[in-house]
Design a protein around this ligand. Structure first.
Ligand SMILES: C[S@@+](CC[C@H](N)C(=O)[O-])C[C@H]1O[C@@H](n2cnc3c(N)ncnc32)[C@H](O)[C@@H]1O
Length: 255
């Protein structure tokens, strides 16, 4: 079946259904690094994506499996994953922070706001382009055929500059990924994309920053994977007009 946009969704669906029902599934309960197969694989399909491509610390294991078990010319699904960032105003975060900072019931709950600002909100939020202060920029792009296992263990870093297009508060850095599959199929998760399981991920600021048309914003973002499977730590710094506003690190979060 030619897997392109000219094939109707019905035809694709019928073909997929037939294919899936004819497949004999064998489930191997094992760390993927320890699997033994009788022959090399034609396709390696994996949902290793996390909120922005690398935070679930699965990439190294996936690529080591590729090097060991994918036949020459075999297919990776997805083939390329690009992580994006943009400065944003998230009204849900604003309302949460306001609550912790407003002495609810006469209690000082500021420490919760401080901890919240070091926690990435993996809340699969569905923000729109209207929440962004400038056009998104790519953080990094991972070619699943060419990326090396050594690089998968190094920190993923990006520094990008933005110019605010309008008057707005900024209270977050929003990050997400787009995944590309063969045949031009794109799984897009950013603000404005069709709703799906992933959506946008919000890295908070403790206090909103007032910006206006022409305000220069720089964001430094890094994700460091750990030797512990599944674990990673991220940090983000926001500079406005050359001045550091806030720096946060998930290492400083409550857990
Ligand atoms: C993001 S989840 C995707 C789960 C499932 N495919 C889905 O879409 O709901 C990643 C999966 O990888 C599995 N995983 C993590 N490390 C693994 C490893 N070393 N070997 C095999 N599987 C692993 C996790 O248990 C988890 O089920």
């Amino acid at each position: 079946m030619p897997w392109n946009a000219r094939v109707s969704p019905e035809l694709r669906g019928n073909w997929l259904r037939k294919m899936i029902y004819s497949i004999e599934l064998k489930i191997i309960h094992s760390d993927i690094l320890n699997i033994q197969l009788s022959e090399k694989a034609d396709i390696l399909v994996s949902e290793w994506l996390g909120p922005f491509g690398v935070a679930e610390n699965l990439l190294y294991r996936l690529l080591a499996t590729r090097d060991r078990w994918l036949r020459v010319g075999g297919k990776m699904l997805p083939e390329r994953v690009t992580a994006w960032m943009a400065p944003a105003f998230d009204p849900v975060l604003d309302s949460d922070m306001f609550f912790w900072q407003s002495r609810p019931f006469g209690l000082n709950l500021e420490p919760i706001a401080q901890h919240t600002a070091n926690e990435i909100r993996y809340s699969q939020q569905h923000l729109g382009p209207e929440n962004l202060l400038d056009t998104p920029k790519p953080m990094w792009s991972t070619d699943l055929y060419a990326f090396t296992t050594e690089d998968a263990k190094r920190p993923f870093r990006s520094s990008q500059s933005f110019v605010c297009g309008r008057e707005s508060l900024m209270n977050s850095v929003v990050v997400w990924f787009d995944a590309e599959f063969a045949g031009g199929i794109l799984l897009a998760c950013g603000p404005g994309a069709a709703r799906n399981h992933w959506g946008s991920t919000v890295c908070p600021l403790e206090r909103p920053v007032q910006t206006g048309p022409g305000t220069e914003i720089r964001i430094d973002f890094a994700c460091e994977v750990d030797d512990t499977p599944g674990r990673s730590f991220s940090n983000w710094s926001v500079w406005v007009e050359g001045q550091l506003m806030e720096r946060h690190n998930t290492r400083d979060s409550i857990y």
